[in-house]
Design a protein around this ligand. Structure first.
Ligand SMILES: Cc1cc2nc3c(=O)[nH]c(=O)nc-3n(C[C@H](O)[C@H](O)[C@H](O)COP(=O)(O)OP(=O)(O)OC[C@H]3O[C@@H](n4cnc5c(N)ncnc54)[C@H](O)[C@@H]3O)c2cc1C
Ligand code: FES
Length: 283
């Protein structure tokens, strides 16, 4: 089901700053901010009113702030990648965009204190800082691992670093932190800090590798999947992934409404884009 708090608004861009390989964007969203939970995303119309870019683009909400009477804001971290994201990141302050949100599921926050490990790949770190703040405010220990191909693609704001107990960086080319992948450093961190739950966000191959490690250590793994999305609201079925349902049956489910945050244990990983054998239709 679509997030019951979702609304479509005309939203003003009030800040646009380049940070490494990304743009940190802040939008005025009024009352929407009070309904945002870590893991939710927004879908934004790109290209302006005469654009041929008809598909909305999905972006994880980095942080949200409810400022009471002066209206709330959300922050996004966007990589200028293709036409849509380049258009968005080139907008001047004061521009308006059509934005739908909050969409999708959110990370489950345990009521009791936990020892949490947060793992992000590239701009996948975006939703993890808001999550870290919530976990820390409830007394949990938070260790964070961020990985990317190269140093400029690590998004780790200074204030974000303060909201975690430890931060480990990995890069594929060794230009910052540990030379290697996030999965190379996880076992040692899990063992050293007795982690109980993993939260992750990033490319599917990275999430699959983390899920394998979570299985090995018998840890809960909540991951925000990132499948291509056309509508973002459960209509077009472009975003389906194979998920095991409550009856143990594999079904192709819409990651925009059943996700993006799902239980890693329920995902059938590494299917190479094909439908796994034994799948019973779509939900
Ligand atoms: C849940 C989620 C969260 C995301 N969070 C972030 C984030 O925080 N920061 C960030 O930079 N990016 C994020 N992305 C990626 C983002 O939505 C765009 O895909 C990315 O910015 C590239 O878009 P583009 O317009 O620049 O590229 P383009 O190449 O112009 O367009 C890619 C777009 O086309 C769509 N598309 C392509 N092929 C198909 C197809 N066969 N069927 C349906 N749709 C198709 C994709 O959905 C994508 O939106 C996220 C994606 C998802 C699904
Ligand atoms: S993006 Fe259209 S159903 Fe999920």
């Amino acid at each position: 089901m679509i997030n019951k708090y979702a609304q479509t608004i005309k939203s003003e861009l009030i800040s646009n700053k380049k940070v490494g390989a990304y743009h940190h964007l802040v939008f005025e969203v009024g009352t929407m901010a009070s309904h945002v939970r870590p893991g939710n995303f927004v879908a934004i119309s790109v290209g302006g009113p005469t654009s041929s870019m008809v598909l909305r683009r999905a972006f994880a909400i980095h942080r949200s702030m409810d400022r009471g009477a002066s209206g709330g804001v959300i922050e996004l971290v966007v990589a200028p990648h293709g036409n849509g994201s380049k258009w968005l990141t080139s907008l001047p302050i004061g521009s308006y965009v059509k934005l739908t949100g909050p969409l999708g599921t959110s990370f489950g926050i345990p009521t009791e204190q936990v020892r949490a490990l947060l793992v992000g790949g590239g701009y996948g770190s975006a939703p993890l800082f808001g999550l870290a703040e919530v976990l820390k405010s409830r007394g949990s220990r938070v260790d964070m691992v961020l990985g990317a191909s190269t140093a400029g693609k690590i998004y780790a704001p200074i204030e974000g670093k303060r909201s975690v107990n430890s931060m480990t960086i990995t890069t594929d080319d060794g230009s910052a932190g540990v030379h290697g992948r996030v999965s190379d450093v996880l076992p040692e961190i899990i063992e050293r800090n007795s982690c109980e739950i993993i939260y992750s966000c990033g490319p599917m191959a990275m999430l699959a590798a983390i899920s394998e490690i979570a299985d090995k250590y018998n840890l809960i793994h909540q991951c925000a999947v990132e499948e291509s999305m056309a509508c973002g609201i459960g209509i077009c079925m472009t975003c389906v992934i194979p998920l095991v349902d409550d009856e143990g049956q594999i079904r192709m489910q819409r990651s925009c409404i059943a996700g993006p945050v799902v239980d890693g244990e329920r995902v059938i990983w590494n299917t190479g884009g094909s439908i796994p054998e034994g799948t019973l239709g779509a939900l």
